[in-house]
Design a protein around this ligand. Sequence first.
Ligand SMILES: [Ca+2]
Ligand SMILES: [Ca+2]
Length: 173
Amino acid sequence: MKIVKVSVTFLTMLALLVSIPAVMGTGYTDVKPGSCPNPINLKSNGVVSIAVAGYNGFNGTDLSTINLDTLMVQFNANGVKNVSIERYSFEDVINDSAAPGFPCCNPITEGDGVDDLVVKVKMANLKEHIIPATTQMRVIWQVDGSDQWSGSSWDQIQVFEPPEVPKPKCSGK
Ligand SMILES: [Ca+2]
Ligand SMILES: [Ca+2]
């Protein structure tokens, strides 16, 4: 009887695990490609670039398997948050020869002759959720032709908000 109970518990846990939509971390990610650390200024505008290394025959992500209409940026802060992207392009900006450097930012890399996926996200959209406690960012997508979610590895970021510079109080005429 005890064995049956254990088996039922095990099968229930297995069913629960299978039912959770998994976002697997796969390809190497470089927030602000080519630089480390990766500062994110909460008072800046413009866009932040995030590169996902293409498949070089050994490592990286097979970018042809991505449904590009589903691309989003994901970051962790009080739970995982998803943010819509501004645009994407294919450029050779990083390589996948170095292991991701979690918990430090990924090492500075250079192109390797293989195109990478470069995603741009607006700071205005990031700022809706991002807070100084946010420490990691990556790109997620649905696999082409299916509703299965996948994603690149996490990269480390440093979110900060520069203090206001007080205006000088000048006396005089
Ligand atoms: Ca970087
Ligand atoms: Ca590359």
